[in-house]
Design a protein around this ligand. Structure first.
Ligand code: GLP
Length: 222
């Protein structure tokens, strides 16, 4: 991974989102959190502030969130801080799975996901669909694995402060998106991503389900 390459894939991801919003201003976007999308959100924030992008009709759907975190450590807060506050999107167009009994129903009512950006965890998780998750899963609550909590511990100081429970779009929810963009940054993602894209489709590597999607773009910085 080089910083230059990371900026390049982040710009490309941001361009895909920007093009989506220009082609269909009322698009429904599925948006990830984590370290990987930060530069993409910085590009989108800059373009919106220089009035090159208009979010007024777009709907944003967080992929997942913690259930037992303090508000400032939720993904809702992350998206607010890193993206939403820099856009002209109204807060009632920003959806989070914590607040809906039927998130998939809400997504369907809005017309379905047009473009969803996802990251990949070092154990192959997509959103918070951990190894073992079935293909036909919709938005549901999960108990996070030790490895995922470890990977996210830098946001909390130590692993014992990392939440244990989360809510996530299911695999079927993610695969229902018309377009999917997977972004992966850093050598530590290389092996699991290679297995996901070229190995068998298996619940043990949830990212492998992405092989079943007809419109997947993969962007990596190595
Ligand atoms: C997190 C999120 C995922 C994210 C992944 C990778 O736990 N639930 O949506 O894609 O892990 O995060 P990072 O980009 O920090 O490596």
């Amino acid at each position: 991974m080089s910083e230059e390459k990371y900026q390049e894939i982040s710009r490309k991801t941001a361009e895909l989102i920007a093009n989506q919003l220009r082609t269909k201003p009322d698009s429904c976007l599925g948006l990830p959190t984590g370290r990987t999308p930060l530069a993409c959100y910085a590009f989108l924030s800059g373009w919106t502030q220089s009035r090159q992008l208009n979010w007024s009709k777009a709907r944003s759907f967080a992929l997942d969130d913690y259930l037992d975190a303090e508000e400032h450590q939720t993904f809702a807060h992350y998206l607010q801080t890193n993206l939403y506050k820099n856009t002209n999107q109204q807060s009632d167009q920003q959806f989070n799975p914590r607040f809906f009994d039927d998130y998939d129903g809400v997504i369907a009512k809005c017309g379905g996901l047009d473009l969803t950006v996802i990251g990949i965890g070092s154990n192959g998780h997509i959103a918070f669909n951990e190894p073992g998750t079935a293909r036909q899963t919709y938005t549901h609550c999960v108990k996070l694995t030790e490895s995922t909590r470890q990977a996210n511990s830098s946001f909390f100081g130590s692993i014992d402060k990392v939440p244990i429970y989360a809510v996530t779009m299911g695999v079927a929810t993610i695969l229902s998106s018309r377009l999917l963009v997977l972004i992966a940054s850093g050598e530590r993602k290389k092996k699991i991503l290679d297995e996901a894209l070229n190995g068998p489709v298996t619940p043990e590597n949830p990212a492998s389900y992405l092989q079943e999607h007809k419109n997947l773009t993969v962007l990596t910085d190595w």
